[in-house]
Design a protein around this ligand. Sequence first.
Ligand code: IMP
Length: 430
Amino acid sequence: MANVAVVGAQWGDEGKGKIVDWLSSRADVVVRFQGGHNAGHTLVINGVEYKLSLLPSGVVRQSKLSVIGNGVVFDPWAFIREVNAIKDKGVSVTPENLIVAENVPLILPVHSALDKAREEAKGAGKIGTTGRGIGPAYEDKVARRAIRLCDLTDEAVLVEKVDALLAHHNALFRALGAPEMTPADILDPLREIAPQVLPYAAVVWKQLDELRRAGKRILFEGAQGTMLDIDHGTYPYVTSSNTVAGNAAAGSGMGPRAVGYVLGICKAYTTRVGSGPFPTELKDEIGELIGQKGKEFGVVTGRKRRCGWFDAVMVRQAVKTGGIDGIALTKLDVLDGFDEIKVCVGYRLDGKELDYYPSNAGAQARVEPIYETFEGWKDTTRGARSWAELPAQAVKYVRHIEELIQAPVALLSTSPERDDTILMTDPFAD
Ligand code: IMP
């Protein structure tokens, strides 16, 4: 049985929500393996809108098991808020259909405070984080001082770990001129939330192993995108986890063979939120128009997204570094009506041509895109459900993208509606 991992192939916000929802309707288990409540998915099911940040998309379908894996950073308060919001819409969420790895590291108030204080201190050089404490929580995980969900069951261990954590963080707060925290600032809210979250704690790796052996279909739901990957992205303007599908296994406690098919999601153009290099960015009226037509505002922070042409070099790099088998191309309809459409097919750097995106931050900021220009199409692609319904030029554009990125388009999404999808390859097929 092929399990599927869905990952973003650009800078996040590629339209994963709709695709993940469609795939999760066909999966038995949906697993988040990295990131935290910095992600933002909007799902519309039977006319009801659900906004998810931390919970796996399967949670709105009660018959699925939703899993938060150990690779996630877990904010217990955000978790309970989101669970309650879903319950308020009439969806049953219980430890029977939602489980959280007991070894998941926690995001604490200290982390979002540090995230914000650091960003303020950086001024113009800020990363543009979501301010949710994601980076500081991952730092504590790697530095081996994180409080993990399982620590909430042991008061003595918890008190000791909070003291060690604060010895580190208060030194940072002092340096940043930010207020220090007392153990009670951490322990009191943790003691209060513990009885609400602990029922969801589970030995996730073991349950996933049993489910896999029982032939259940598992969907690994990635957050953010390859260009925000801590290793493969536009470092340091990245998130703090590996967003590539290779992390689906480690981030959930399964072996590498657990992931069968890797579906990368990308838009027919490019967007990015926050700071950092963006070679094909359009700071003109075309960029504005793409943003308006594509409704490019962040789900989590409401920030306006930066917009630009499709960067085939970058997506090809995401295909290679992420082992992407096929692409789901979204928002093609946003390009309807343009006289011409450009695609980046290489970069120019200091007089030389490059067929990849360099790692050095200075070079990343300096590269100039080499464009191929396509004739646009006047008819609409919106709502098309078969190739035959697409304008010839649009088909040409998609086919050329496939060649450039060296991966087939497995799925083409032509509107936010679930059924407005052209399926070429079924990712769950054996
Ligand atoms: P952090 O993940 O909050 O640390 O933010 C680091 C960078 O990743 C910033 O540029 C954010 O805007 C970006 N980012 C984090 N989550 C998402 C997402 O779900 N979509 C798009 N960008 C994101």
